[in-house]
Design a protein around this ligand. Structure first.
Ligand code: DON
Length: 554
């Protein structure tokens, strides 16, 4: 007995789980190696995490064109070394000429215009947001933070296996000559090992480096952009570009199991409210005692997910345009009510769930990166073009792809967007309004000190996946790499389906079906980029093995 216990303990020490990348002082985790390297380089040169976030953001716009962008928008969550936090919202806004029913045909049916082509983009926010963050909180020279992206675009970089596949597979880009020319080699396609050189994009980034974001919103880039928009039936004008402003907001924050604090994305993200509501519902159920990946733990979590998504559809939108009832959705009474409505043995039919009183899709892409610097500042950025390669449109002469973020609005009440998400009045189209998002850059503190930096792309699956990585570490005691690798699942109320990654065992699947869940297999739910502060003072960076990410530090 004693001997077997010793053997077991020895095995546990020899097999401590999947290993993250470890570093002593600073760490960058992103979806693409050149971008991660750009972030590490500026940190080593004395820049802080905000500078690195700028460098990685611009670099990904070159090396990860499906989601990295200057033609889109996103969110940056920062926790400074002194404990202050902030959230920079550089999400796209609806153009001034946008109207509520702009994506309905004469019979009132949604068209494809919110998804494809020149009418799909919202006014991009990335260049403005990154500059705002740098001006207020950066330390390095702006030119040094933008420099790696200019070089990568001008000199080119080697196309990886995954990028070659992605570029080849994009039906959206195949429809637009300029995208097809630049990213699909005019239909001849690129092979892994080829070089992607982007001279037009290099010139835009070079101007941004020299003149600042002003070039994108008022200068040469802006003028060319507006001209192309007008020539192709798009809505975005020079006035739209000039009027664009990022918003600095207060992050949402809540305690979990006493010793943890979750700091996360406020509206217009739905993610933070979702993560906090779902975790609070789960906290007092004892679900974790069933063990990670057990049918019972999945059941409880899925029931919390299902309930939140009903609220999301009804109550959430841009807080500058809609009174989002954040505190009611997170109030103790309401959380108790939600918790009490969960049957431990039986799935609730989504028809029986309504918002509180107070999918299948074309390949989609967004990207997340996490950074910690040697001073202890932590930054989590999620930014996006929405769909993979956005609207499919590359602006001729400017070399950057445009988002199709307008599809994140509710184009018609009750009509699901490309992620199957429903919405209504709270998320209706209004000029200058920001569409509701699921992007959820999140930072977790343990005993008041930074502990996790997490985030991912994945549309409506973002918040449920961010939450699962947090659960895996906090409730199931996994290290960050195991937590990221662990099979994921997702429920979003409508459609009434429980999506499971194929690695979840058939036995578990059967138990969930017996409880009444309509189970469907979903290949590869999300791609996390996470960092953990380990108890011994080391940083652990975890890229997601589902994709070609890279964690690196020093
Ligand atoms: O803001 C949102 O919620 C979406 N536009 C995000 C899209 C996304 O994550 C696609 N990625 N897989």
């Amino acid at each position: 007995m004693r001997r077997s216990l010793t053997l077991l303990l020895a095995a546990a020490l020899l097999c401590p789980g999947a290993q993250p990348v470890r570093s002593r002082k600073a760490m960058v985790v992103s979806r693409e190696a050149n971008a991660t390297d750009a972030g590490v380089a500026i940190l080593q040169a004395g820049g802080n995490a905000i500078d690195a976030a700028v460098a990685v953001g611009f670099a990904l716009a070159v090396t990860h064109p499906s989601a990295g962008n200057i033609g889109g928008g996103g969110f940056m969550l920062i926790r400074f070394k002194d404990g202050r936090t902030t959230f920079i919202d550089f999400r796209e806004r609806a153009p001034l000429a946008a109207t509520r029913d702009m994506y309905l045909d004469k019979d009132g049916n949604p068209t494809q215009d919110s998804v494809r082509g020149w009418r799909a983009p919202g006014v991009p926010g990335t260049a403005s947001g990154l500059e705002y963050a740098h001006r207020k909180y950066g330390k390095a020279k702006w030119a040094d933070a933008v420099a790696p992206s200019v070089r990568l675009a001008r000199e080119g970089f080697t196309i990886s296996y995954g990028l070659a596949q992605g570029l080849k597979g994009s039906k959206a880009m195949a429809q637009f000559d300029e995208s097809k020319r630049i990213f699909q080699n005019n239909g001849r396609f690129f092979e892994p090992g080829d070089k992607l050189v982007q001279p037009e994009l290099a010139r835009v980034l070079d101007r941004i480096q020299k003149v600042g974001a002003k070039d994108f919103y008022e200068g040469e880039t802006a003028k060319l952009f507006a001209k192309q928009m007008a020539a192709n039936g798009g809505l975005i004008t020079l006035d739209d570009l000039k009027a664009y402003q990022p918003a600095e907001r207060t992050p949402l924050q809540s305690k979990f199991r006493d010793k943890y604090t979750i700091i996360t994305a406020p509206p217009p993200s739905s993610g933070g409210i979702g993560i906090l509501q779902m975790l609070s519902v789960l906290e007092k159920t004892g679900y974790e005692k069933n063990g990670a990946g057990s049918a019972q733990a999945i059941h409880f979590t899925a029931e919390a997910m299902r309930r939140f998504y009903a609220d999301r559809a009804e109550h959430l939108g841009d807080p500058d345009f809609w009174p989002v009832p954040v505190s009611k959705l997170l109030s103790v009474n309401y959380l108790n009510k939600l918790r009490a409505s969960i049957d431990p043995d039986k799935a609730t039919n989504s028809d029986a769930i309504k918002a509180g009183d107070i999918a299948t899709m074309e390949s989609a892409e967004t990207t997340h990166y996490s950074i910690v610097d040697s001073e202890g500042n932590a930054v989590a950025v999620t930014y996006t073009l929405n769909g993979g390669y956005g609207s499919g449109v590359t602006v001729p002469g400017l070399g950057f792809l445009l988002n199709n973020e307008m599809d994140d609005f509710s184009v018609k009440p009750g009509h699901p967007n490309m992620f199957g998400a429903l919405g209504g009045e709270a998320n209706a189209i209004v000029p200058k309004k920001r569409p509701l998002s699921s992007m959820s850059p999140t930072i977790v503190l343990k005993d008041g000190k930074p502990f996790l930096v997490v985030g991912t792309p994945g549309g409506t699956r973002i918040l449920t996946s961010v939450m699962q990585v947090i659960q895996n570490v906090l409730d199931f005691d996994m290290n960050i790499q195991d937590a990221v690798n662990f099979p994921r699942f997702h429920h979003q109320w409508r459609p009434d389906k429980l999506y499971l990654e194929p690695q979840i065992s058939p036995d578990t699947r059967r138990l969930l079906e017996q409880k009444g869940h309509a189970v469907e297999i979903a290949r590869s739910i999300c791609e996390m980029a996470s960092i953990q502060f380990e108890d011994n003072g080391w940083l652990a960076g975890a890229a997601d093995p589902r994709v070609e990410g890279k964690a690196a530090g020093y």
